[in-house]
Design a protein around this ligand. Sequence first.
Ligand SMILES: C[S@@+](CC[C@H](N)C(=O)[O-])C[C@H]1O[C@@H](n2cnc3c(N)ncnc32)[C@H](O)[C@@H]1O
Length: 340
Amino acid sequence: MIGLKIPKKRADEVRRILLEYSLIDRQFKIKRSDDFVFIPLIKKLDAEKIKELGFASFEIIETEFESHPKEPRSLKDYLKNKISSDKIIEIKKSFDIIGDVVILEVTEELEDEKYLIGKAALDFTKRRTVFKKNSNIKGVIRTRELEYLAGKDESETIHTEYGSRLMIDVRKVYFSPRLATERERITNQVNDGETIIDMFTGVGPFSIAIARNRMVEIYAIDINPDAIYYLEKNIQLNKIHGKIIPILGDVKEVLNVKDIIADRIIMNLPGTAYLFLESAINCLKEGGVLHYYEFSRDYDKPIERVRTASGPREVKVLDKRRVKSRSPGVWHIGLDIMIT
Ligand SMILES: C[S@@+](CC[C@H](N)C(=O)[O-])C[C@H]1O[C@@H](n2cnc3c(N)ncnc32)[C@H](O)[C@@H]1O
C-alpha cells in the first residue's frame, strides 16, 4: 500500500491537509514509529500535487497498514443500540457535511432525542460541529436557522470541493455541497478568455471553481455582505488563474450601472431568478450562454420564461437537467441556453 512518512511533529498539520483533500484511505489505520507517522493514501501523489501541498520533504513509501474494524455504514446503523427501533425509522438518512460541520434534520417525534442524535452524528462523521435545521432556506440571502446540537458551537468552516477551498459561515451565507457536480459540469464548459457574470455568487463556489481552472474574468455579485466577505477570503485561499471581481449589491442595480457584456451568465437563484432574466439577457453577447436555474415540475415553464425575456433573440436549449430534488415532484432544474 502507498503511505506518506511524516516526522512526528508535522503529523497533525499534514493529516489535516490530507483530510481536506480527501486523500487519506480511511479503511486503514494510521501507524506510528518512535519518530514518524505513516498515513495510508488513497492514491500515489504526483509531483505537482506534492509540490502544491508543500510535501516535497516527505517520503512516499510502500508499506502495510492494518484495516479498521468494519464501521456502521449509516447514522441509523450507528444509533441502532442507542435509540428504540420504532423511532429509528424517523431518522433522516441523509445529512449535509460542509467542511467540519454536519447539518441534519430531526423530526418532531425525535425532538427529545436530538442531542443524542447530534452526539452520534458527531462521533459517526468525526467532524467538529453538528447543527440541526430549524427552518427551510428562506429570505433574500437564502439562509436557514440552525440549532446547535453537538461538538463546538462554531459555524465557520472550510469546505473542499473538487479542489476548491471554500470558507463559509453556515449561519450567515447560503451554501449547498449538493451542487458540487453541477459546478464541475459548468466549469468544464468554460473556455479561456471568457467574461462571465455570476449573478448570485454567494461565497463564490462557481466563480472559484471556474477561475481555478480557466483564464477568465468573472464579475461575482451578491447582495449579502457576508457572502462577499467570504468570497474575498476564498479568492485568497485558492490559486486563481483568472480574475474574480467581487461586487456587493442588488444585481439589477449593479448591471444597470456597470457596462458588462458577458459570454456566459450563471443564475443560481432558483426561486426567483426569473425576475432577473431580462437584466441578464441584456448583458449577454450574441451566442452567449445562460446557465439558468429554477424550481419547477417540468422544463416547459422555465424555457418559456427565457424565450419571453429574450424577445426577438433566438433561443437554443443546449442542455436541460434535474440538478436535485426540491420537494416531491419539484426539481431544481438547470438549463444551458444559447441566445443569439
Ligand atoms: C441560492 S444562493 C446561490 C449562491 C451560490 N451561487 C452557490 O451556488 O452557492 C443565492 C444567492 O443570491 C443572493 N441574492 C439574492 N437576491 C439577490 C439580488 N437581488 N442581487 C444579488 N444577489 C442576490 C443571495 O444572497 C444568495 O447568496
